[in-house]
Design a protein around this ligand. Sequence first.
Ligand code: GLN
Length: 193
Amino acid sequence: MKVGVLALQGAFARHADVLADVGTTPIEVRTPEQLLGVDALVMPGGESTTMSMLLDITQLRRPLVERIADGLPVFGTCAGMILLASSVADGRSDQESLAAIDIDVRRNGYGRQIDSFEADFAVGNEGLSDWELPFHGVFIRAPVVERVGDSVEILARVDESPVLCRQGQVMVASFHPELTDDRRIHELFVEAA
Ligand code: GLN
């Protein structure tokens, strides 16, 4: 399986390493042609305002919207989650989200005091048997999920806030799963893709 990693800006390199580890062929995506050749796509962390602008400059936005509507499996982490959300609070006025998953997020929502932190949490829901060991999540100026639509599964929470959600073929994480040695989140995405 060819899994694209949107490589316009941000933390894409480590995702590609992890995707190779879990048995896929990672492809860095910077052009519409590259996007057309992949079976799934990871949208990494970074700066969502810059990434939104680069989606327009590279003319990737429209083919991306079309491929997601056609069922392309997509996994957005941190800034990638922000770009996929239906609504973004505290974004820049010209920042446009793809509205691919029915959640509302607040950029940098954890505030200045704890703008980066790490937390252990369980992953699971009724349809997915709980993992025996918790996942260690690294949160870097992470978005807070403030609303979740009825058709969205919440796969993990920290305190009350959802940190891993899925709706159909779109999965989002507010943390950086590529920064630890634990491959289970990427496996979860690849197995469902
Ligand atoms: N705060 C960043 C943004 O708004 C996201 C941070 C990240 O991806 N680690 O895009």
